[in-house]
Design a protein around this ligand. Structure first.
Ligand code: LAN
Length: 764
């Protein structure tokens, strides 16, 4: 096994585990629980923000070794890498603000309030900082968007309004008055979308009759049923799990009847004067047009109506009461397993807070209960502080993701040996975050949940050898994170400092066996269509979307093959093949061939690829091009020529590239509300993606490349950083999410690549 000590006794193993934990090492195995050593703790995160703000002020710039201002690409690159290296955390990852959505923190605040406002979860300072965040993001129309850059929606506004009131902002405060005005103009909170209604029902400011049924019985269906929830995309599955549990218990905040804030909210949120006479059942399908991005399909509406009869008609009650007990037991058990497998972090911010509330319910509202305590201690993993206050992030961070990109960028810019400490620290992070059932982990009580049999029982894909998006404590493996983790490691194997560290035993090795495990995970993730999905194989069917019960999000029902995940996996296979040409060569080649065909099959008529996880076509097209090139498509082939042509056509007069959020929503290249996206419609990150793509395909239009590079250099700040531009991450078609590292990493990567492909021509 990886630590090479297979003959140790159980006591030794436990001791080793404890030592590892104390060293901040693999704190992270299922069942080990040590929040104080959480690498993503607030102090560390705060430090990253402080360094950024400090360096951004005039006079506080990073040491500038060059005598004159950026003259060459090389200098620009060096400065950028030097700046970025200062932001690396002690444990090797890069911290960054991973927030943006506005429907996450209110969920936490509602649950915190229901649980009696425990300060262990959010202390006084956190509450103040959250209040600040809510207030600074209120828009001039009084509302809040679904994410920081979206126009106001009922989804964002209802939740932020309620959160603000629960944090103590008085009813007659001007922010509350403006918020109510927005809510009332749309018909009141009955017009908000279903996920917001769910929190309102829990809090006791909406009647459960206004919520469509989320039957836990669906879990009892045999696994082979075509619409079994085990076939859903894991994020949808893990959110509807606690939802079905809490819905079927019709859980309501126990103090709702006597709490003055609740009675006041019952009046504030609605246009109707009398809360008790609102005809709740008839509002089940109501939703304001601004929230209705993905209208509930007619089939689902029909099912919801049938389910409403099932919930309410007396004839069904004996059957329902009988089955529901088993269904609820299953849900409680499944949630407990998810909590253990993820060290109470859970797969994402939504099921985190709903699982926590369910644990509280199961524990009979006992805050001292160990599970409830563990949950509360892991809330801070999701929190981030920045200039705009404290927010809840979309995940417990993007640690592995950012580190893997950074190392690939440093590698292509030939900077690994120039920054040996950076390389060594990043290595440590990769080493420690690969998901392994090490000896130490096997000693932990929750290890049994890692067994193949139990993984299957709880619908989990194999994780041994994979990498997660954030930390190994969170522990969900993802196809492209595994691929990028592996590519990061393969890059670092070239670093002299890392080689020396491994030889001298100052760095832990990542041996061939571990790399092989990662390759197995990547191969296991490939779908029948030749592409790769996110966390799991595609288990369902496209028609599941006609059962999508959330109006706010599109394409969430199953795990589809994506251009991003496919390119990442293909290129990881390619890099592995380059380094170990004899290992599993036929399998790897076969997989790459299928992957290449998949990429070609989803290329759009105009030569582009749609990007699902960032804005949008520049990103998707980079992935498409790089995937094809690395899997052996000739550079002069039609798909590659068409793709380059598409990108060249989008270059803007100032040399950069830029798109806006409408690309994601409309699935069409959008350049309308450009002002927020940087400079004259261009953005540094979009430009970098386009350059990475064009240079990968060795595009002959050197002038276009030169103008792109000059654009990046022009936008670079004297300290080596780039300005933070508009939101660039996306999920589920409609929600934006911030990636603060992209503005540093992608320009480095693009300049590095262009320099090696086009050489001196760039500086001419
Ligand atoms: C992410 C972030 C990373 C992203 C990539 C790795 C980039 C992608 O290639 C695969 C999918 C993945 C892992 C992804 C899935 C959806 C996530 C987890 C997020 C965008 C971060 C936040 C989002 C999550 C669903 C937010 C919570 C909201 C719900 C609708 C449940």
């Amino acid at each position: 096994k990886s630590n090479g000590k297979s003959d140790t006794t159980t006591d030794d193993k436990q001791e080793e585990l404890i030592k590892e934990m104390a060293a901040g090492g693999r704190t992270d195995k299922p069942g080990t629980f040590n929040p104080s050593k959480n690498p993503n703790s607030c102090d560390q995160l705060f430090r990253a923000n402080q360094i950024r703000s400090y360096l951004a002020k005039p006079g506080n710039q990073a040491p500038d070794n060059s005598t004159e201002k950026q003259k060459s690409v090389k200098e620009a690159l060096h400065k950028a890498a030097h700046f970025y290296s200062m932001l690396q955390m002690d444990d090797g990852h890069w911290g960054g603000d991973y927030a943006g959505p506005h429907f996450l923190m209110p969920g936490l605040i509602v649950v915190w309030y229901i649980m009696g406002k425990p300060t262990l979860m959010m202390d006084e300072q956190a509450q103040q900082l959250m209040k600040h965040y809510i207030l600074v993001h209120q828009q001039s129309d009084g509302g809040w968007g679904t994410h920081i850059e979206s126009p106001s929606t009922m989804f964002g506004t209802t939740l932020m309004y309620v959160a603000m009131r629960l944090l103590g902002v008085p009813e007659d405060d001007s922010a509350a008055v403006a918020g109510r005005k927005f809510l009332h103009a749309q018909g009141g909170a009955i017009m908000t979308s279903s996920w917001a209604k769910f929190y309102l029902c829990l809090l006791g400011v909406m009647d459960w009759k206004a919520h469509n049924s989320v039957p836990p019985e669906m879990w009892l269906l045999p696994n082979f049923t075509p619409f079994h929830p085990g076939r859903m995309w894991c994020h949808a599955r893990m959110v509807y799990l606690p939802m079905s549990y809490l819905y079927s218990r019709r859980y309501v905040y126990t103090q709702a009847k006597t709490d003055p804030v609740i009675s006041s909210l019952r009046k504030e949120l609605y246009v109707e004067q009398d809360y008790d006479t609102i005809p709740w059942s008839s509002t089940r399908h109501w939703v304001a047009p601004m929230d209705n991005y993905s209208p509930i399909p007619p089939l689902m509406k029909f099912i919801q109506n049938v389910l409403a009869c099932y919930e309410n008609w007396a004839v069904f009650q004996p059957f329902k009461n009988f089955v529901r007990r088993y269904a609820n037991d299953f849900c409680a058990d499944y949630m407990a397993v998810e909590d253990l497998q993820t060290n109470y972090i859970d797969i994402g911010p939504v099921n985190k807070v709903l699982n926590m509330l369910s644990a509280f319910e199961v524990a009979d509202s006992d805050l001292q209960n160990q599970h409830v305590m563990n949950h509360m201690l892991r809330v801070q993993d999701y929190l981030w502080i920045a200039d705009d206050g404290m927010k809840m992030q979309g995940y417990n961070g993007s640690q592995l993701w950012d580190t893997a990109f950074a190392m690939q960028a440093y590698n292509e810019a030939d900077l690994l040996d120039e920054f040996p400490e950076v390389s060594k620290k990043a290595w440590t992070y990769f080493e420690r975050s690969q998901l392994l059932c090490s000896e130490a982990a096997q000693a932990s009580p929750a290890y049994k949940y890692e067994s193949a049999e139990l993984r299957k029982q709880y619908y989990r894909h194999v994780s041994e050898g994979g990498w997660p998006f954030s930390t190994s404590a969170q522990g969900w493996p993802i196809s492209d994170c595994t691929a990028d983790g592996l590519k990061g490691v393969l890059c670092l194997l070239k670093s002299k400092a890392v080689q020396e560290g491994v030889n001298k035993n100052t760095l832990k090795p990542i041996d061939g066996e571990r790399l092989g495990k990662a390759i197995s995970v990547i191969l296991s993730y490939q779908n029948e269509d030749g592409g790769w999905a996110t966390y799991e194989n595609n288990r369902g069917f496209g028609w599941y979307e006609s059962l999508n019960p959330s109006e706010a999000f599109g394409d969430i029902m199953i795990d589809y093959s994506y251009v991003e995940c496919s390119m990442a996996c293909l290129t990881a296979l390619y890099e592995f093949q380059q380094r170990f040409p004899k290992t599993r060569c036929r399998e790897v080649q076969h997989s790459m061939d299928n992957g290449r065909n998949f990429l070609k099959s989803i290329q759009r008529e105009d030569g582009s690829w749609y990007g699902s996880w960032a804005i949008c076509f520049c990103n998707g097209t980079w992935f498409g091009i790089e995937g094809l090139v690395k899997s052996g498509e000739p550079l002069d082939s039609v798909p590659l020529q068409k793709a380059c042509h598409f990108l060249l056509k989008q270059q803007r007069p100032n040399g950069g590239w830029g798109e806006d959020f409408s690309s994601c929503l409309d699935k069409d290249y959008g350049q309308n509300g450009m002002d927020t996206y940087g400079d004259e419609g261009s953005s540094v990150v979009n430009t970098s993606w386009a350059l990475l793509a064009l240079a990968c395909a060795e595009c002959k239009d050197t002038e276009a490349i030169k103008r792109g590079i000059q654009y990046l250099m022009k936008r670079q700040l004297p300290c080596g950083d780039w300005p933070q531009e508009g939101i660039l991450g996306v999920f589920n078609r409609s929600c934006g999410i911030t990636y603060t590292s992209y503005r540093n990493v992608f320009p480095i990567w693009a300049m590095g690549r262009c320099q090696s492909v086009y050489g001196k021509q760039l500086d001419e």
